[in-house]
Ligand binder design. Structure first.
Ligand code: AMP
Length: 216
């Protein structure tokens, strides 16, 4: 069972797919967006600094994100994990490689979810997250709708729209993604660890392809 690095544009379904892999295959979900939002929710000085940056759609500084990921990977020990939203820069990919060496981890597959901008914008329009447990829903998808409108199936938390999902901020997030993704894909391609999966089909179909690549 390989550890999975999930690379995709904002709104491609990384969170939903990760949740599925967690529930059905026992992966630990390491999502840097969630780690950062958690830091913001604590309202620490660092949380406030992060909030200023990510609520505008910009990337958090590499050193902050790397520290959060390192801490999380230390906590989960040898359990298989799925990295969602990290690396987002070449620098992060390079440091991640050093972390893997340090932890003696070489069982890795980097999966790129290939999806066009229009599909992604539609998904983001309908995306809601639970304000308690962060579970992701989509009000336009039969597969991903909550059972009771506006409430989380898991914990009864309130479903909200993410502040960085507004159109103008999305444009910034896409632009930043485009600027960085090629160098990250080249990095994993050169290591023979990259798999490209079209992400316009159903969640279960995408998950099937991922678990095949990850030899689950
Ligand atoms: P996500 O939940 O993955 O869409 O991430 C939400 C926001 O958190 C992103 O738009 C970035 O501002 C920030 N973020 C998440 N992961 C990273 C990362 N690896 N590096 C820098 N910023 C990140």
């Amino acid at each position: 069972m390989k550890n999975i690095i999930l690379i995709a544009p904002p709104g491609a379904g990384k969170g939903t797919i990760s949740n599925y892999l967690v529930e059905h295959y026992g992966y630990v979900h390491v999502a840097t967006g969630d780690l950062l939002r958690c830091e913001i929710a604590m309202n620490s000085e660092l949380g406030q600094e992060i909030d200023q940056i990510i609520s505008k759609g910009y990337l958090a500084p590499d050193d902050i994100v790397i520290k959060l990921v390192l801490k999380k990977l230390e906590q989960i020990h040898n359990k298989p994990f799925i990295l969602d939203g990290f690396p987002r820069t070449l620098k992060q990919a390079e440091v991640l490689q050093e972390i893997f060496l340090q932890f003696h981890l070489n069982n890795i597959t980097a999966v790129y979810l290939d999806v066009d901008v229009d599909t992604v914008l539609k998904r983001i329009e309908g995306r809601r997250i639970c304000n308690q447990c962060q579970k992701v829903y989509n009000i336009y998808s039969e597969e991903l709708k909550p059972i009771h409108e506006g409430l989380c199936d898991n914990c009864g938390g309130v479903l909200v729209k993410r502040s960085d999902d507004e159109k103008e901020k999305m444009k910034i997030r896409f632009q930043i993604f485009k600027e960085n993704v090629e160098s990250i894909l080249n990095f994993y391609q050169s290591r023979n660890e990259l798999q490209v999966i079209p992400a316009t089909t159903s969640i279960t179909d995408i998950v099937d392809k991922i678990i095949n690549e990850a030899e689950v």
